[in-house]
Design a protein around this ligand. Sequence first.
Ligand SMILES: [Mg+2]
Length: 165
Amino acid sequence: MNLVPDYLFDSIYTIDIERLRARGVTLLLADLDNTLIPYSQKLPTDDIRAWRDRLKAAGITLFILSNSRKPGRAKRFAEALGVPYMGHAGKPKPGGFRRAMAQMERKPQETAIVGDQIFTDIWGGNNAGVLTLMVKPIEFGTLFRRARYGVETPFRTRAKEGGTL
Ligand SMILES: [Mg+2]
């Protein structure tokens, strides 16, 4: 059971895309809620569109891997962004990661996950054998989310800061 992310970033925008590609990563699985957009938002921003374009230009495919149970949420976002997706992904179980990699014909060593939660995104990514990149949640919102962030802190602090990716 490995709950420690490989690398820690302030946000998706501080991930060094060129270095990620240089490590052999060509598939980036991304959590949706509080990683790409806040829970209150539905559609990709211009910043996310530009980020997707930079990934694509570097040779990295973006894939939305979401646990959201809200009907259509991952679908609506991913279709607006023009990227493949999976809702109800069942993180931290490795099945969703494996199905996404099979669909995109990538191996674990060619794949990374970026997410804001230790117990779904990072644990799941470690279970599936992919590179795990943790970002800070976009917003806390509820007391529950703030408390969970506190519980996650010991694992977060053991990750490497992103500059060494
Ligand atoms: Mg999240």
